[in-house]
Design a protein. Structure first.
Length: 348
């Protein structure tokens, strides 16, 4: 019997989507729901100390694991090869996380693509939850730290307030109901790539930019707003963010926050020449529109297609990390957290 957990689920209809880049009912009918091949894309740069804690937690049954390395100098590639002999290495064509993910997506051969950070902030053991959401009907399963049952051991007050402000901006412009815009734990069907990875520059005001997903941490925002414009079914999956194990994050709040704002406006139908806000949604592109704002909906996913990985403790973590997000029916949320009710973890 499948585990029942709470997700936010909605579909986007005519939000100025790109004609010809939508996922049709016919595309969905061709998906391999019984035994999908799952590709995990992991961007890395000097993560040699983190990978031994992260890769053993990957679930069994994955189709492939792709490491997109950004010129690491600490032996990251060698460490990854020692940990997993079947890992595929992808050459990064430029700089930044957005470019790394774009290169990984282009090289992936699976039916489902999962994005995973190498620093230990996202628990690989949660991957089966994302796969179950996709098999149950989502086009894109988006991790959310602020959906009920999610949480974070790492987010600061400034980042939380900034994330909330950006969510308000995106939800207002694109008619969405996101609770977490800047979290990088996502999974989607490979047939959604044409809607998510366009070949044109991100910003109408910056025609020289060639990376289809940008170059920095705005990549999460790019995926979110393009999912809306592509009329994709997006389900939020509660996720618990861990602390980075070793090293320092490359995230710069002001610089990357500005990049996200620029992305939001540059991708919007009012400013982008790539999308027509008056384009009508093609018949059959959306099977039905759920009420807006997003409704909390109990989903009973199929039996997880991927076996849970052995529990390898991550250092310097709270007990909540070992238990993962709260499930419907649990008497209490994970230790150290409280239900966020869609607004984020409570202050200590």
């Amino acid at each position: 019997m499948g585990v029942e957990y709470v997700q936010h689920a909605w579909e986007f209809s005519n939000n100025g989507h790109d004609p010809g880049r939508y996922v049709t009912r016919g595309d969905r009918a061709l998906r391999n729901l019984k035994d999908p091949r799952v590709s995990v894309v992991i961007p890395t740069r000097n993560e040699a100390k983190n990978l031994p804690m992260v890769m053993p937690r990957l679930p069994r049954g994955l189709f492939e694991v792709l490491i997109v390395d950004g010129c690491s100098t600490d032996g990251t590639v060698d460490v990854a090869r020692e940990l997993r002999s079947d890992v595929r290495f992808v050459e990064q064509t430029g700089q930044g996380k957005g470019n790394a993910l774009s290169a990984g997506f282009a090289a992936a051969r699976g039916d489902i693509l999962v994005t995973l950070d190498a620093d230990g902030s996202a628990d690989p053991a949660e991957i089966p939850r994302f796969v179950s959401a996709l098999v149950a009907g989502a086009d894109l399963a988006k991790g959310s730290r602020f959906a009920q049952g999610g949480g974070s051991a790492d987010i600061t007050r400034t980042r939380r307030l900034g994330n909330r402000a950006l969510c308000i901006m995106v939800n207002g412009i694109y008619g969405t109901g996101y609770t977490d815009l800047c979290y990088g734990y996502n999974a989607f069907w490979a047939d959604c790539l044409p809607a998510l990875c366009t070949s044109r520059p991100l910003y109408a005001a910056d025609p020289t930019l060639e990376s289809p997903l940008g170059e920095g941490f705005e990549v999460e925002t790019v995926l979110n707003v393009r999912a809306a414009k592509g009329a994709l079914r997006v389900w939020e999956v509660p996720s618990y963010e861990l602390r980075r194990i070793h090293g320092q994050s490359n995230l710069h709040a002001l610089r990357d926050g500005w990049r996200v704002v620029r992305t939001i406006w540059g991708e919007s139908p009012a400013f982008s020449t790539r999308y027509s806000p008056s384009a009508a949604a093609p018949p059959g592109s959306v099977d039905g529109i759920l009420p807006h704002p997003a409704t909390s909906q109990a989903i009973t996913p199929v039996t997880p297609l991927l076996a849970e990985a052995p529990r390898v403790p991550l250092p310097r973590t709270t007990p909540a990390i070992e238990h993962g997000p709260a499930l419907v029916g649990d008497s209490q949320p994970p230790p150290g957290t409280r239900a966020s009710n869609g607004h984020g973890p409570d202050e200590p």
